[in-house]
Structure formats: structure tokens, C-alpha cells
Design a protein around this ligand. Structure first.
Ligand code: HEM
Length: 141
């Protein structure tokens, strides 16, 4: 797969992931809980697809140290924090948690997601192609 195709698939998957998250929020705001949950399931599935393509990009490019460290720190925190709106959502759905608690924690997740996307684009802008495997490093001098 060419780098151009990989980038296209990555940004397409990222785009669909963000759209599904927005749809999930709109449906929750309209009190369509079932629609909200279906959109959340789609969001999580497409997030995994996006992460797969991101991992492939990470095998083909190196990135400047600071944006890489900032982005990966936020991205892993966001990935771990995803469990919070998922668990609080299920608890609220079962009537064991207030809607406000789920909604507030979901907002924290949304802010983390936004900062991961912004720093991810920053990191990608510093990319340098890795030398293809097996290609000899140029002789010094
Ligand atoms: C990434 C995951 C999730 C996010 C970001 C999220 C976000 C939200 C937000 C922001 C609201 C409040 C909407 C508003 O007041 O405008 C909400 C409501 C709700 N969420 Fe979630 N949620 C997530 C996952 C889940 C899951 C997994 C479930 C259940 C299995 C769930 C069940 C609900 C329910 C029942 C409501 C109330 C809807 C109503 O008013 O009828 N959520 N969610």
C-alpha cells in the first residue's frame, strides 16, 4: 500500500470516527438513548480502525520528539479514559447513575479526544520517512 493510500485511509477512518462521535452526542441530546448507544458502538469500532492505520503510519515515518511525546501521552490517556464514558453510560442506562455524571465525564473524554486529534496532526506535520527495511545506510563521507 502506498503512503498516499495509507494517509487517505487513515484520514477517512478518522473522519468517520469523529462524525460518529458527533452523531452519538446529538442523539443523546435528543434523548434517543438507543440511537446514542448504537452510534457509540460504531464510534469505538471506527476508532480501532483509525488506531490500526495510525500504527501503520508509525512504522513508516519518524516524528519530531516533542510533538510525538505530547501526542502519545494524550492519545494513551484518551484511549484509557474511553472506559469512563462507556462504564458510566452503561450505569446510567441501567438507572444506577445520574445522567449529569455520565455527561460531565463524557465531556472530559471529548476534550481529551480533541487534544489528541490536534496534537496528532501536529505530530504528523513533522514526519520523516523511515529508510525502507534492508536498505543500507549511506556510507559516511
Ligand atoms: C464514548 C462514549 C460516550 C460518550 C462520549 C457519551 C456522551 C454522552 C453525553 C454527552 C450525554 C448527555 C447528552 C446531553 O445531555 O446533551 C449522554 C447521555 C446518555 N448516554 Fe452516553 N456517552 C457515551 C457512551 C454511552 C454508553 C456506552 C451508554 C450505554 C450503554 C450511554 C448511555 C447514555 C444514556 C442512556 C444517556 C441519556 C440519554 C437521554 O437523555 O435519554 N452512553 N452520553
Amino acid at each position: 500500500m502506498s503512503d498516499a493510500t495509507l494517509f487517505t485511509l487513515f484520514f477517512a477512518a478518522l473522519g468517520v470516527t469523529v462524525v460518529l462521535l458527533v452523531v452519538a452526542l446529538v442523539l443523546a441530546h435528543r434523548h434517543d438513548a438507543r440511537g446514542h448507544i448504537k452510534a457509540v458502538v460504531g464510534f469505538v469500532a471506527l476508532l480501532l480502525v483509525t488506531l490500526y492505520f495510525a500504527e501503520q503510519l508509525g512504522r513508516r515515518f519518524t516524528f519530531a520528539e516533542t510533538p510525538k511525546r505530547v501526542h502519545l501521552g494524550l492519545a494513551f490517556t484518551t484511549a484509557g479514559f474511553l472506559l469512563v464514558p462507556l462504564i458510566t453510560g452503561v450505569q446510567h442506562w441501567r438507572g444506577r447513575m445520574r445522567r449529569e455524571t455520565h455527561s460531565r465525564l463524557a465531556l472530559v473524554f471529548l476534550l481529551l479526544t480533541l487534544s489528541s486529534v490536534v496534537t496528532g496532526v501536529w505530530m504528523l506535520s513533522t514526519r520523516t520517512p523511515l529508510a525502507p527495511a534492508g536498505s543500507a545506510a549511506p556510507a559516511p563521507g
